[in-house]
Design a protein around this ligand. Structure first.
Ligand code: HXC
Length: 524
């Protein structure tokens, strides 16, 4: 018998590919669309440059026989994996396919993801996961758990080597949450995604609490309250667009530099308005976004964790086309105090930037750490220490602008000269001191104040002493005399001064010898 013609073989391949493309079938795809979600493949099409996707392991199937699973097989096994480009730069991707067994993770599904993680590491390219899964495939038991373990291990090995970005675009429950939690950035889509360790039913059974999916683990819950999500968006399309945008700020790996963008914004742009942002009255708040938006390349500030711990602001931006990490105290919330959540937010962001060669630009207006039993018993000491640790450890260029209050531990922690800042600027409104004038006067002039006979007299003496203290210490000039501040500048010159500093330190080498160690021991 003569062999089948070559055309039959091509047809067989085409049929297989066509079958694989259908995932869980037309009905399940329709259900996915009705639920306001794109399919795994549609998501990849929108994430990657047109025509750039190359699929890997399209023909993989699971090998489970229990619970009649041998009758339930789909090519690809509920995850689409491969590589492609974003703005011409290679990325490795996986996209879980909810249309087949709820995108649940089997042994083979996990192997596909682990292979992509390995490929991304070898290639030195970012790994992007689009998660939409009912979690461990229940029929496979330990095999699927083992699969999760393999993925988590690779998440850790890849940490701070290649950027890892995960978007939650459907369910993500139980132990499955830990792969995203180990990534650098998490996106969540409102209304269609949720993350939790135990869902509403178990919560009800265990502690009798009634809670909805959205309230327990929806995008806003994690963007505002837990700080797990860095970005909450309204739709799949918006999510994929934002991942592409985020990628434009990041290098491909820890040995690489972020791409430099063409900037139409003049590097010598002076901003008169900046001179007006900080109020003369040190007790009056202002929005630090007004500072950030005036200084960085127009429209380039991309804020992360915007709703979580809003007393600190963090995000990526560009200065004359170069990517930087921006960290700022926000005087509009808790007067810009550091607390547990803002310390975690700042420390994690500083470490992410340092891992990926993104210089740090820090704006300081901090009256100190937030007082109270809630903070103390919640471990503000341990959490606050992370900020000091992260800034001290960071070896990228570190530029600091002290805008107003820089008091006590807050002054030191917010990238002071003492933690290795390369250039420290202060505005004339800066107040660098151990504590605020009112508190200082109460302590150092206690005896004098006790001698006052009437409350009016106390007030009068206090006002005078506060004014004296403010004149003497609450300014940038003592710190300048000591060289802790390199230059007192007017706010309007901040952009050009930061650009000059950044471009001078762009090839910074960390000359401080570091003792050999397995790893640092940041207080967690
Ligand atoms: C096997 C699953 C599955 C799973 C969903 N499916 N999750 N199959 N293993 N984990 C199947 C469903 O049986 C159904 O199959 C199809 O996927 C679509 O699911 P629906 O329930 O119809 O969809 P929906 O109503 O949208 O509900 C989605 C869901 C629900 C909320 C995710 O399916 C659900 O509660 N699944 C179980 C979630 C769970 O408990 N997972 C284990 C978590 S523990 P048919 O054939 O009917 O279409 C875990 C441990 C990881 O993951 C540990 C790592 C360390």
């Amino acid at each position: 018998m003569s062999p089948p013609p070559l055309s039959d073989k091509f047809k067989e391949l085409n049929d297989l590919k066509e079958k694989a493309r259908l995932g869980g079938g037309a009905e399940a795809i329709e259900k996915q669309h009705k639920g306001g979600k794109l399919t795994a493949r549609e998501r990849l099409e929108k994430l990657l440059d047109p025509g750039s996707f190359a699929e890997v392991d399209q023909l993989v199937v699971h090998r489970c026989h229990d619970f009649d699973m041998d009758k339930k097989r789909v090519l690809g096994d509920a995850v689409v994996t491969g590589y492609g480009t974003i703005n011409g730069r290679p990325v490795f991707v996986y996209s879980q396919d909810f249309t087949f067994v709820g995108g649940s993770l089997s042994e083979m599904h996990a192997k596909k993801i682990a292979k992509i993680q390995d490929m991304a590491m070898k290639a030195g390219a970012p790994c992007i996961g689009l998660n939409d899964s009912g979690g461990a495939r229940i029929q496979e038991g330990i095999h699927s758990l083992a699969g999760y373990g393999e993925i988590f291990y690779r998440n850790v090995m890849a940490s701070a080597v290649i950027p890892q970005i995960i978007a939650i675009m459907g369910p993500c429950a139980g132990g499955a949450v830990y792969s995203p939690a180990l990534a650098d950035f998490i996106f969540m889509v409102r209304k269609t995604s949720y993350m939790f360790i135990t869902g509403p039913k178990v919560v009800k059974a265990a502690i009798g609490e009634d809670v909805t999916f959205e309230a327990l683990g929806g995008a806003d819950a994690h963007a505002k309250l837990s700080g797990v999500a860095h970005f909450a968006v309204d739709s799949d399309e918006e999510c994929l667009k934002q991942i592409r945008n985020l990628m434009s700020y990041l290098p491909s790996n820890n040995m690489d530099d972020a791409p430099i963008m063409e900037s139409a914004d003049p590097p010598d742009r002076m901003e008169e308005e900046l001179n007006e942002v900080v109020p003369v009255d040190p007790k009056k708040p202002y929005d630090v976004h007004d500072v950030i938006n005036h200084i960085f390349d127009k429209g380039s500030f991309y804020e992360a964790q915007a709703q979580f711990a809003p007393n600190a602001v963090v995000g990526l931006a560009r200065l004359n086309g170069r990517s930087v990490g921006v960290i700022a105290n926000q005087p509009m919330v808790y007067a810009g105090c550091l607390d547990i959540d803002s310390s975690d937010k700042i420390a994690r962001f500083v470490r992410t930037c340092d891992a990926f060669n993104l210089p740090l630009v820090t704006f300081v207006d901090v009256p100190g750490y937030l007082p109270g039993t809630k903070q103390e018993h919640g471990g503000v000491i341990r959490h606050g220490a992370k900020v000091i640790y992260a800034y001290s450890e960071a070896s990228v260029p570190k530029l600091t602008v002290i805008m107003r209050k820089a008091y006590g531990g807050g002054y030191i922690a917010m990238c002071s000269r003492h933690l290795g800042a390369d250039v420290v600027f202060a505005w004339p409104t800066a107040e660098i001191a151990v504590m605020g004038p009112e508190g200082a006067v109460e302590i150092i002039h206690r005896n004098e104040l006790m001698k006052a006979k009437t409350p009016e007299e106390v007030k009068e003496i206090t006002n005078k002493l506060v004014a004296d203290y403010r004149n003497k210490f609450a300014n940038p000039y003592i710190a300048s005399q000591m060289g802790y501040v390199d230059s007192v500048i007017s706010p309007k010159e901040t952009r050009p001064m930061l650009i000059k500093a950044l471009e001078s330190f762009v090839s910074k080498r960390d000359l401080q010898p570091r003792a050999p160690k397995r790893h640092g021991n940041i207080p967690v």
